[in-house]
Design a protein around this ligand. Sequence first.
Ligand SMILES: *Cc1c(COP(=O)(O)O)cnc(C)c1O
Length: 223
Amino acid sequence: MVNEKAWKDLTEEAAAAGAVLVAVSKTKPVADLEALYALGQRDFGENYVQELVEKAGVLPADIRWHFIGHLQRNKVKHIAPFVHLIHGVDSFGLLLEINRQAAKAGRVIDVLLQLYIAEEESKFGLNETEIVELMSYYEAQRAQLQHVRICGLMGMATATDDTAQIRAEFGKLANVFQYLKDAYFASADYFTVKSMGMSGDYQLALDAGSTLIRVGSLLFGAR
Ligand SMILES: *Cc1c(COP(=O)(O)O)cnc(C)c1O
């Protein structure tokens, strides 16, 4: 069951803020994705490789598939031929493997680096120091990394009711984004993406300059 009204409202809110709505459909049946597709939704986000591959195999080819989960290196090959954007790159080794599999597939794959902004222990991602370290490896090997394009940052805020804290965390992502843009991507027109905001905090994320919100439960109901 999808919530059509929520979809319409979110699509309008995102568009008004200049952002894209990614419908996070993990664990939801193909019929639910078809229902949103019929309304006009084209960007879908999935967390699990196997599930993504299965859904992509039976759904229309013009869907833009976002991989938003934790990606294991040995699974990159399964999504490399078709994935639109990989959100959670959190190591240089993973970036290298994406480049390798993209080359095999004859593609350039767009990726986001995952910045750790939450206070929780369980969330994946890199801190600022680790991102700068990754960028120095990237700069040193850029000539060999022609099949990946770093397009921005992805982050998840702490699950809390404290809106001031959430704002601060999204603000931090926006700051690190600007720092990287100035330092490494000043002349790159593709370094534009701030993927932040979920069902509980997407409004705060849009306020903080999100360009891509990832919303699941508001559209598809609780998992
Ligand atoms: C599941 C998930 C979402 C969507 O969460 P909702 O609270 O259901 O909107 C967004 N981003 C990531 C990385 C997720 O794993």
